[in-house]
Design a protein around this ligand. Structure first.
Ligand code: AMP
Length: 435
């Protein structure tokens, strides 16, 4: 192709609402994802990885066509075979689909799975709200017992604490779809909203009959004011749902997990039943009402006992959560280990003189093969330049190789923190450098 056929060069900035994750920020993200997956694995949650895109109907039927995510935010496209596909906006529906597809619901229960990865929603980008964002989460499927609710919530709460954010756990029960409580309550709620219709923001007035619970999620001032006297689902739970909720609360108290009851918490996705919860920023100055539906949620989750059936599968009760890594990182701020490059490099091999370059590469390779994190110069730098690069790399040690060292089968080991130096035999290095 001629230059003139190529047109204008492409825009190198990533698409709106997305970012390129590069060091040191990318170290923080991958460390946090690893901490999450390790925490989840410690409670028996194995990793699950589903495709980045799914058949659109998985979200339409799983998340619900009247939800904001499905109605307004999905990246949906038609592929060359004419199929409608969607970049995943959330992972609960895909995970339940994958479990049903592999018939795991017929094996040992509960099925406990954990994930970390990117999700996609076409939202208006702002701080803490992106079009590609990262979530970690778990799903426990196959048990309707309140013990699972307590286990799941405790794991989320413990992970957030170890990630360095201070959170308040908001807890609610929204009843069971099939039970008398949800049906009876929705009737009352619709009646109330009808009475208040003139005070509701237009977008919420439209929801009164399609998705009345979601009106509680509204960010509109007018709607919030109109909801002041609304009936709460928790006052209308049927005996079974009330008992379940009481047990969850008692178990959380056993586990030392603090919570605040929040009867207006309904969560954004349609599939929730019974327990709903959200972890919000405890450091924020906002009042209680402003917490809901706003950007200070690190994540949340709930029970979804009817989801598997709405995907056409066997009945399979489940509960899980999704937490947003981007927001956790904003909330946690920079930790002390973010001051340095933050990589896992422990040693930097410095070559003095051109003759040392080849042995330096061999030495670095041997040390890497023994499991150490090792870097070295690949730019032909001077010794001074290499020492600077060693400091930039975040390594604790400089392993210095010159003619004298090579001749005696040794290296000079410099502690880059204290500046102390000693001669060390090459075969002893790996043992000494192990962190
Ligand atoms: P949701 O699936 O909507 O309940 O979201 C769970 C969590 O994922 C939220 O509390 C956020 O931390 C995070 N999250 C959701 N949407 C976005 C977004 N557009 N940008 C960044 N984080 C998000």
């Amino acid at each position: 192709m001629d230059d003139k056929d190529r047109g204008a060069p492409p825009d190198l900035a990533p698409p709106k609402g997305t970012t390129d994750l590069l060091p040191p920020e990318s170290w923080r993200v991958s460390r946090l994802a690893r901490l999450a997956m390790d925490t989840f694995a410690g409670a028996g949650y194995g990793p699950v990885d589903t495709p980045i895109f799914e058949h659109t109907e998985i979200f339409e039927r799983g998340v619900g066509a009247t939800s904001e995510v499905v109605g307004k935010q999905m990246y949906t496209f038609t592929d060359r075979g004419g199929r409608s596909l969607t970049l995943r906006p959330e992972l609960t529906a895909p995970v339940v689909r994958a479990v049903l597809a592999a018939n795991l619901q017929r094996g040992p229960l509960p099925v406990k799975l954990a994930y970390a990865g990117p999700m996609f929603r076409q939202e208006r980008p702002q701080k803490g709200r992106y079009r590609q964002f990262y979530q970690v989460g778990i799903e426990a499927m196959g048990s309707a017992l309140p013990a699972v609710d307590a286990e799941v919530i405790e794991i989320g709460s413990r992970f957030l604490a170890s990630a360095g954010v201070e959170t308040t756990l908001l807890l609610n029960s929204i009843g069971h779809v099939d039970s008398s409580c949800r049906t009876g309550y929705l009737k009352l709620l619709v009646e109330y909203l009808e009475e208040q219709r003139d005070r509701l923001a237009p977008v919420d007035a439209e929801r009164v009959h399609t998705n009345p619970l979601r009106v509680f999620d509204s960010k509109e001032e007018a709607t919030r004011a109109a909801l002041e006297g609304a009936p709460y689902i928790t006052d209308h739970l049927c005996d079974d749902c009330a008992k379940h909720f009481e047990s969850v609360r008692a178990l959380l108290e056993d586990l030392g997990v603090g919570y605040e009851l929040e009867p207006r918490l309904v969560r954004g996705l349609d599939y929730y039943t019974r327990t709903a919860f959200e972890f919000v920023d405890a450091g924020g100055q906002q009042g209680k009402a402003a917490r809901l539906g706003s950007q200070n949620a690190f994540g949340g989750g709930g029970r979804y006992d009817g989801l598997a059936e709405s995907l056409g599968g066997d009945a399979l009760p489940g509960i899980g959560f999704a937490l947003g890594l981007d927001r956790i990182l904003i909330g946690a701020g920079g930790g002390p280990d973010d001051d340095v490059a933050g990589g896992p490099v422990n040693a930097y091999v410095v070559a003095i003189g051109a003759a040392a370059a080849r042995p330096a590469l061999s030495l670095a390779t041997r040390l890497r093969a023994s499991g150490l994190g090792v870097d070295l110069d690949l730019m032909g730098r001077s010794v001074k330049g290499q020492m600077k690069d060693a400091a930039r790399s975040g390594a604790r040690w400089a392993v210095i190789l010159g003619d004298a060292e090579i001749a005696s089968g040794e290296s000079t080991l410099r502690d880059l923190t204290s500046g102390a130096e000693s001669r060390v035999a090459l075969e002893d290095l790996a043992g000494l450098l192990a962190p």
